[in-house]
Design a protein around this ligand. Structure first.
Ligand SMILES: C[S@@+](CC[C@H](N)C(=O)[O-])C[C@H]1O[C@@H](n2cnc3c(N)ncnc32)[C@H](O)[C@@H]1O
Length: 335
């Protein structure tokens, strides 16, 4: 996948006022962690429609922010939202998680951060935004018909869900679906291979529904949910992106600074939990009773014992928050 060339472009082209809404999840909890970081640059690597970014800029006085997203349309909306209130306090970049360090380094010498790009916090709100999910043309939703696309960054990547569905071998499809613990991976993969070409989300959803045993068709989640999730994760290389994000953030954030991650499915949450735990122990596995004899060096402390969940009042009003899990880590050192 090529790296976009126009990062830090101004996104100042005329954008009609956002027609999509996206209520940012667990905003108070996110702010409570980001605000303990020392003064520096906050990087929101999932600026999306600018909900969390505007809350950070509004509530942390004098804060400066770099907002990244791989979706140009999201950046246009974020720009139209942030420019009205926070001009001069933020930059936006069309970039992926794996570009984090490069994007921060590109700010060197920019007036808007007088003392250099010292990163005080990295925040990530994983997954797709409502804008992406609700637009049938993006192909993320089982419930609206559209092309099998699922690219979060259609201007920066070529692989679509349709290409995987129509070109992958039976075995490749089975192992992809099994990454999401799909119990009927073989039946579904077989049905896909026999029915190709498959062009639309409705075609795929219907085919999966027919492929699973009858009593699985009427559960509270659609039988194609795991299949759509597996395809989306593959199309957007989400596992590698998250891994790269966490590695880079742990190296980049200044002493006393924080990394805050909101995830929405158990696979992602497990990765974040394990990486934070490993960073806090430095990878030490010495028996507790003996104390550490391996010389491992802790990189900081996990701030969230168990993932933090949204309040009931939030889950009642914001459906997307229901599966949210927040984890935070603080780099050691600082005042
Ligand atoms: C849940 S939305 C963020 C919503 C945002 N917090 C708000 O309040 O509006 C996630 C965003 O992250 C972006 N994204 C997901 N994975 C990414 C990646 N690897 N690199 C860059 N952006 C990514 C998506 O394009 C999407 O716009």
């Amino acid at each position: 996948m090529e790296t976009p060339k126009d990062q830090h472009s101004d996104f100042n082209e005329q954008v009609s006022s956002p027609s999509f809404t996206h209520s940012p999840v667990m905003v108070d909890e996110v702010l409570s962690y980001v605000s303990i970081a020392p003064k520096g640059l906050v990087v929101d690597v999932t600026v999306g429609l600018g909900g969390h970014s505007s809350a950070i800029l509004e509530s942390i006085e004098g804060s400066k922010l770099l907002g990244m997203d791989r979706d140009l349309r999201a950046l246009e909306i974020a720009e139209s939202r942030l420019s009205q209130q926070f001009a001069g306090r933020y930059r936006l970049a069309l970039a992926r998680f794996s570009d984090l360090t490069a994007e921060v380094n590109r700010l060197e010498g920019e007036d808007f951060i007088a003392d250099g790009p010292r990163v005080s916090a990295v925040f990530a709100d994983l997954g797709v935004s409502s804008m992406q999910f609700d637009d049938p043309e993006r192909g993320f939703s089982i419930r609206s018909d559209g092309p099998l696309d699922m690219r979060m960054g259609p201007t920066t990547s070529n692989l679509t869900a349709g290409e995987i569905v129509n070109r992958a071998s039976f075995d490749e499809l089975v192992s992809l679906f099994q990454t999401q613990d799909e119990p009927h991976a073989k039946r579904i993969a077989g049905s896909i291979v026999r029915s190709r070409p498959i062009e639309t989300t409705f075609q795929l959803a219907e085919l999966v529904e027919k492929a699973v045993p009858f009593h699985f068709r009427k559960g509270h989640i659609h039988p194609a949910t795991r299949i759509f999730q597996a395809l989306r994760i593959e199309v957007n290389d989400e596992a590698n992106e998250l891994d790269s994000l966490l590695s880079q953030a742990l190296d980049l954030v200044m002493p006393g600074g924080v990394i805050v991650v909101l995830s929405y499915h158990s696979g992602e949450d497990r990765v974040v939990k394990d990486r934070f735990l490993e960073a806090s122990t430095g990878g030490c596995r010495c028996p507790k009773a003996l104390g550490c004899v391996c010389g491992a060096i802790s990189r900081g402390a996990v701030l969230t014992r168990g993932a933090k969940l949204p309040k009931k009042t939030e889950t009642e009003t914001n459906i997307r928050s229901r599966s949210a899990r927040l984890r935070a880590f603080q780099i050691s050192g600082g005042e």
